[in-house]
Design a protein around this ligand. Structure first.
Ligand SMILES: [Zn+2]
Length: 401
């Protein structure tokens, strides 16, 4: 208060980027089957941690209400016959067939309501994309999306039914935009690559554990696109047990320069956190802080481009998912999180997150993972440096690098 009795102006605050966080809590209730490793409750824990950390009340974070994707939008990425089959199974009109559409398998069990829930999941990504394309938001984050990145035009795969990233990027391409897609999930983003394999309007880059060791068995450097899309599919397969430093060395060597050379209108990122060292399905060894450093690098790239849509992805350690995506939203919103997770999450972690997920859960950042007992560091480095050499020789000349 000044001596004149007039109220002092509020101190200026740096205006953070406008972030649209698009999520529907009903997506956290959609359990594929009792024993399925994709436990959608991970989204509930994530949202609760974001809320208790104050992120969802920030003035620069909006929470638009999502809508389901329309049939026409879904068919922009999928064969109409397959879409009809998903709908009929979902309604109970027919039983899942054996094989042809990839439905009714252990990875992709069917259940009532599958169509509507998946359409809503796709809709969260479309709303995030629409707000970014229109300029109403600088960043759109739809964390329930991305997990469908294996879904193909005519079949379900790897927990994915309708490929939200393919569908949302189709919308952007139809609007005349060029999109750089960066997929940091531990698995190759094969469905997204296939959805845009012939296109020079979408550059897809996937950095992942090599298909030599992990599902879906693809994502080799030699998969570079076809037709007009030749050179616009980029793969960076890494050795199992690669840790933060090796992963970031590969990221830095390939991704920023290629995205800048492509000069997109939109950056679209898939932020799977199954790269985490505690993830039960995979073998890369990243920490939450290693993951968030990648998000921060993507944020800097996105700020040069002006438009950023981010989706979630894989992630099967519940504590890592909640902490990593909360850290990601804080990075997007330019908000400093404290070191410690809120007390409410710590008690939750001891309750429903399971004993396997408790290590390091008192803090957002992990303690360093245990020393690598599986592979010699030199062996990992040799594999990864060979990958980078191949990317440089096969892809970089196309972009004048
Ligand atoms: Zn994955």
């Amino acid at each position: 208060m000044s001596s004149s009795g007039q109220q002092s102006p509020e101190p200026p605050t740096a205006p953070g980027p406008k972030v649209a966080f698009v999520y529907a809590d009903e997506l956290s209730q959609y359990q594929l089957s009792p024993e399925h490793p994709l436990r959608p409750i991970r989204l509930r824990h994530m949202q609760e941690l974001m809320q208790s950390s104050g992120l969802l009340d920030l003035p620069n974070v909006s929470r638009p209400v999502p809508r389901p994707a329309t049939r026409a939008e879904i068919e922009s990425g999928h064969d109409p016959e397959y879409v009809s089959i998903v709908e009929a199974i979902s309604n109970g009109a027919i039983a899942p067939g054996k094989g042809e559409f990839g439905l009714g398998t252990p990875d992709n069990p069917t259940r009532p309501g599958m169509y509507d829930t998946t359409a809503l999941c796709v809709g969260t990504v479309l709303v995030a994309g629409e707000l970014v394309v229109s300029g109403e938001a600088d960043i759109g984050f739809a964390p329930a999306g991305g997990v469908h990145h294996h879904a193909m035009r005519r079949h379900a795969s790897g927990f994915g039914v309708f490929n939200d990233a393919v569908i949302a990027m189709n919308m952007m391409v139809d609007a005349g935009l060029r999109v750089a897609y960066v997929d940091i999930d531990c698995h190759h983003g094969d469905g997204v690559q296939a959805g845009h394999y012939d296109s020079d309007r979408v550059l897809t880059i996937s950095i992942h554990e090599s298909g030599q060791w992990l599902f879906p068995g693809t994502g080799h450097v030699q998969e570079t696109g076809s037709g007009d899309g030749a050179g616009y599919s980029v793969n960076v397969p890494l050795a199992p047990y690669t840790q933060d430093a090796g992963w970031h060395a590969a990221f830095d060597a390939v991704i920023p320069d290629l995205v800048r050379a492509f000069n997109p209108d939109v950056l679209f990122t898939q932020l799977g956190i199954d790269t985490h060292f505690q993830d039960p399905l995979t073998h890369l060894s990243l920490t939450t802080q290693g993951f968030n450093l990648a998000v921060d690098k993507l944020r800097k790239l996105a700020s040069e481009i002006g438009k950023w849509v981010a989706v979630g992805g894989g992630g099967y350690d519940l504590s890592a998912v909640a902490r990593a995506w909360t850290m990601a939203l804080a990075t997007m919103a330019n908000f400093d999180l404290p070191d410690d997770v809120p007390e409410s999450f710590t008690s939750l972690a001891g309750d429903s997150l399971g004993g396997d997920s408790l290590g390091g859960a008192r803090k957002f950042a992990d303690a360093p993972p245990p020393p690598n007992e599986h592979r010699h560091l030199a062996e990992i480095q040799q594999h990864n440096s060979q990958t980078l050499d191949e990317v440089r020789s096969l892809i970089f000349p196309k972009f004048g690098l």
